[in-house]
Design a protein around this ligand. Structure first.
Ligand SMILES: Nc1ncnc2c1ncn2[C@@H]1O[C@H](COP(=O)(O)OP(=O)(O)O)[C@@H](O)[C@H]1O
Ligand SMILES: CC(C)(COP(=O)(O)O)[C@@H](O)C(=O)NCCC(=O)O
Ligand SMILES: [K+]
Length: 254
């Protein structure tokens, strides 16, 4: 059984894979950083509640884009699980079928997304990840990561707007029917959510125009289902893309 840990800026996702499928997945807020005991208890409880045995874990793979978390992530499970772990980083990249020209400046979650896209779809892909950041990773069929595009994520954009204005309230992530608001809440929802629909559509067009060909578009991340009008532009929404990438990287390094 593999335990994959994907630490993003909002959530740490723990996934357990039994060799056939992800049999369990849990989320834990990344911040504030907790102490080792809290992570141990979290892991122990979740295994217990789901009838899983910690002793069945024979592999651990970790990705983190939050360096403050790295020490605790590399250690907190060591009293509970006896096995080797892989903490993804540039030292492993030359063993992978994906190529990046700038290994020290690409998030390991984006490397995992690229690994998934390359191994699962075997074609030119744009991975759109709706996390704390909204990212577009351009992966060619050869496995070459042509480049990445990073914008504020949906919730991050709303937080920035609310935090930098005196009168604007936080709003639910609901797409209004009209792109023109008649009250403050609808105005923000129209501006941010419809704005992001147009941004993603425009970005996909621009990337493919610049690349001179069409790419398969795969969406992932916690907020990948919010902007429903985009679904016709996505060839696929795969919520497990990052975890799958971690699993595929682990398999490759074995
Ligand atoms: N299952 C879910 N359903 C709805 N919203 C979610 C879910 N998982 C995460 N989110 C929200 O999506 C946003 C991005 O989450 P996530 O993709 O986990 O970010 P990151 O990888 O940056 O930590 C967060 O604001 C989170 O609250
Ligand atoms: C772009 C990111 C902030 C995305 O993080 P997330 O939204 O998943 O929390 C992360 O992958 C990161 O910090 N990357 C390093 C810089 C880069 O990817 O180019
Ligand atoms: K992520």
């Amino acid at each position: 059984m593999l335990l994959a840990i994907d630490a993003g800026n909002t959530n740490i996702v723990f996934g357990v894979h039994d060799g056939n499928a992800w049999i369990h997945e849990w989320r834990f807020n990344t911040l504030p950083i907790k102490n080792q005991i809290e992570y141990e208890v979290f892991l122990r409880l979740n295994f217990l509640e789901n009838d899983l045995k910690l002793s069945d874990v024979d592999g651990i793979i970790i990705s983190s884009v939050v360096p403050q978390m790295n020490t605790i992530l590399a250690e907190f499970w060591s009293n509970l699980i006896e096995c080797e772990h892989v903490f993804i980083g540039p030292k492993y990249y030359d063993q992978l079928p994906i190529i990046t020209s700038n290994p020290h400046s690409i998030g390991t979650d984006l490397m995992a997304n690229a690994m998934s896209a390359h191994c699962l779809y075997k074609t030119d892909c744009i991975v759109v990840d709706f996390g704390t950041a909204l990212t577009f990773t351009v992966v060619e069929a050869s496995g070459n990561i042509h480049g990445v595009n990073i914008a504020p994520g949906l919730k991050t954009a709303i937080k920035a707007l609310v935090g930098n204005t005196a009168q604007l309230p936080d709003v639910p992530l609901e797409l209004p029917t009209s792109v023109i608001g008649k009250n403050t809440v609808h105005a923000i929802q129209a501006g941010v959510l419809w704005g992001y629909v147009s941004m993603v559509e425009g970005m996909l067009d621009r990337i493919q125009k610049e690349m001179g060909r069409n790419f398969k578009v795969v969406a992932t991340g916690g907020l990948s289902s919010v902007l429903t009008p985009l679904h016709e532009r996505f060839d696929e929404v795969n919520r497990h893309l990052t975890l799958d990438g971690l699993r595929l990287i682990h398999e490759r390094l074995k």
